[in-house]
Design a protein around this ligand. Structure first.
Ligand code: ZN
Ligand code: ZN
Length: 308
């Protein structure tokens, strides 16, 4: 099984269009970018998790293979606006040969998404499958457990997915994807001790006011401790909303003041806000080391491919 991080950025991607903040400026200088978060799980039948506005560019870097199924986590544009791109797979097939691609999501999410994309079902591009939190379902070799996530009332249909796959060797591999969230209203036992955890890290530090209802690395640490992944944690859906001390762009609406920023032991000054990939990974490593946590945490980047 292979996990491909097609995109690792927040809702508007990074660097954000025209954004003059220190984070975006540094990313432009380094030629780094994060497209909207999406994952591709590869086994015999590829599984796509989320299908945002960058999906065309993201899939163009992958072999031409029809996704066996698509999991949509919630009804925010950065997670579903690319669904029309799936049309291409039907167009490339001989007449009558195409099977609609199953798209799994909650009823609340489909209620919103269908307003724009119900024609995809009418035209036989997708087959909508409504799933319920706590009820396992199967898609080819994948066994999937959806669970409720709290991403605010503006995303009432939000789900996370535990995805498991039985390898040819007989081993079962599991990956827990929590998507956009700030809390897990219930913690069914299925969620504990996955092999891999993919969790968002929208900020480094938890903000004073978490209006967009996302996860910071500071709080993600609590979830890593509780969920206790066996092998590795990956951080995704990174934003540029941490205020960087001294940045004149801190007055922008999207910048958030930290509540109680993380500091090295005995220090008065918080850890510097990471501005690029290398700084993110080093900051994460340093925080874990300073706290004596032996978690294996990787800051994912676009194109990162992991073979399980
Ligand atoms: Zn998002
Ligand atoms: Zn969202």
């Amino acid at each position: 099984m292979e996990l491909v991080f097609l995109g690792t950025g927040a809702a508007w991607g990074l660097p954000e269009l025209h954004c003059p903040c220190r984070i975006c400026e540094e990313m432009r200088r380094k030629g780094e970018h994060r497209t909207r978060t999406a994952l591709l799980l590869k086994s015999t039948s590829p599984l796509l998790i989320d299908c945002g506005p960058d999906i065309r560019e993201q899939l163009s870097l992958q072999p031409a293979e029809v996704p066996g199924g698509v999991l949509i986590t919630h009804e925010h544009g950065d997670h579903y606006l690319g669904l029309d791109e799936l049309f291409v797979y039907k167009r490339l097939m001989p007449r009558g040969a195409f099977e609609p691609i199953p798209v799994y999501l909650s009823a609340q999410s489909w209620e919103v998404i269908s307003k724009r994309f119900d024609y995809l079902e009418d035209m036989g591009v997708i087959k909508v499958v409504l799933v319920e939190p706590g009820r396992w379902f199967t898609q080819k070799e994948w066994r999937i457990f959806p669970f409720k996530t709290d991403h605010g009332s503006f995303a009432a249909g939000s789900l996370g997915f535990l995805v498991t796959c039985r390898e040819a060797s007989g081993n079962e591999v599991s990956m827990l994807y929590t998507s956009d969230f700030m809390d897990l209203p219930a913690l069914p036992e299925e969620l504990f001790r996955p092999d891999y955890l993919v969790i968002q890290s929208f900020w480094l530090n938890e903000p004073r006011e978490n209006r967009p209802r996302h996860m910071s690395f500071q709080r993600a640490l609590e979830f890593i401790a509780r969920l206790a992944p066996r092998k590795e944690t990956f951080l995704v859906h990174m934003g540029d909303a941490d205020m960087v001390p001294g940045d004149p762009a801190n007055n922008m609406l999207k910048k958030y003041r930290p509540l109680d920023p993380m500091k090295p032991p005995g220090a008065h000054t918080p850890y510097p806000i990471p501005l690029n990939q290398d700084q993110w990974q080093k900051t994460v490593n340093r925080i874990l080391e300073d706290r004596g946590l032996n978690y294996n945490v990787t800051v994912a980047y676009d194109g990162l491919t992991v073979v399980f």
